[in-house]
Design a protein around this ligand. Structure first.
Ligand code: UT7
Length: 331
């Protein structure tokens, strides 16, 4: 029995934040943002709309597309770096309650932008070991809550949103989560970091005055490492499975920066049509970015049952991962 990608769903908040809006907030320009990142727009959750709300809406759609009854879901994993609560309860537990699902294992994972691919790997392990049958995985982020809107180096990049998938079972290898590779290197922990609010720098007036509770990024260093690591990781997973870029229907990279996606896509010889691109619409939504991109391609009619996707991600930790996944949702 193999794990299989049975359904996708996503939710995008209604309020948009354009480059023109950001021009009024910090010293930046629409032209700079487009040229350096490819981003034109991002969406921001309402003040009283939390990560669990975004996640629950994405999950509702994925569950309905899967045809499963909620009682058939036996595990919920939420990947997020913007949980509703800092320590507990987990956002997965809050989402479970909003969905009306109880008595199932539910927990969050913190792997930043790689969170969805990490969750996919955990779901695969639980299903293929026979412990679980239908796992709901969610990538949900309200990044606007941890963004410093006076820091032009980060505030132009990030947006809010959620994506969710149902991972079930199949007997066919050509409908499975074929292979997943996930990894990390803590030596680069300060490349993407929220220094305050945790145990090391607990919340205090000083932490807030120094904006330490906001996301900080060494953008240029992260950029270079991302291109090299992603290219190596994708090459490795393709070689390991005796595949090359022509065998892939859609390359679904983490949507952080068009220039990273373009550089990796070119090195791996993917055509423009193979590369899934949503960064211009949503910005970087961290753990939500890959499932939101898959949902976009599905809803636009491009992604079809049986297509082979290559997912590829990189983020804070530093963490990274890649996955070869057959899309097994039936309309
Ligand atoms: O999702 C997790 C993984 N994250 C990533 O992969 C993000 C990786 N990094 C990036 O996407 C890019 O590094 C950025 C888009 C963040 C920055 O682009 P860059 O080409 O690396 O620019 P830079 O940091 O080298 O900055 C170049 C110049 C600097 O000015 P000086 O020192 O040359 O005078 C910055 O101060 O651009 C300036 N700058 C800006 N100018 C206008 C930085 N941010 C802005 C801005 N508007 N928003």
């Amino acid at each position: 029995m193999y794990a299989s990608f049975k359904a996708i769903g996503a939710y995008v908040p209604s309020k948009s934040l354009t480059n023109r809006d950001l021009e009024k907030m910090v010293d930046t320009s629409d032209e700079w943002i487009r040229q350096r990142t490819g981003i034109e727009n991002r969406y921001i959750a309402a003040e009283d709309e939390y990560t669990s709300d975004l996640g629950a809406k994405a999950a509702e759609l994925a569950i309905s597309r899967s045809g499963l009854a909620k009682e058939e879901i036996d595990m919920i994993i939420c990947a997020t770096i913007t949980p509703d609560y800092l320590c507990m309860p987990s956002t997965a537990c809050v989402i479970a309650d909003k969905l009306g699902i109880s008595n199932v294992m539910a927990f969050d994972i913190s792997a930043a932008c790689s969170g969805f691919v990490y969750a996919l790997n955990i779901a695969k392990a639980f299903i293929e070991s026979g412990l679980k049958k239908n796992v709901l995985i969610i990538g949900a982020e309200k990044l606007s809550a941890i963004i410093d809107y006076s820091d032009r180096t980060t505030c132009i990049l990030f947006g809010d949103g959620a994506g969710a998938a149902i991972i079930g079972t199949t007997e066919e290898r050509e409908a499975s989560l074929l292979d997943i590779h996930t990894s990390a290197d803590g030596a680069f922990q300060d490349f993407l970091i929220t220094p305050g609010g945790g145990v090391k720098n607990p919340c205090s007036p000083d932490v807030i005055d120094r904006h330490l509770h906001y996301l900080k990024m060494k953008g240029n260093e992260t950029f270079k490492l991302a291109v090299n690591t992603l290219t190596k990781d994708v090459t490795r997973i393709l070689e390991k499975n005796s595949l090359s870029s022509e065998h892939i229907d859609f390359f679904v990279p983490h949507q952080a920066n068009f220039r990273i996606i373009d550089a990796v896509g070119r090195k791996l010889k993917f055509t423009k049509e193979q590369v899934v691109l949503t960064v211009h619409k949503y910005g970087n939504t961290s753990a939500a970015s890959i499932p939101m991109a898959i949902n976009d391609w599905y809803e636009s009619g491009k992604l079809k049952h049986g297509d082979l996707m290559l997912l590829d991600t990189f983020g804070g930790g530093l963490t990274w991962g890649s996955a070869l996944v057959y899309f097994n949702q039936r309309d």
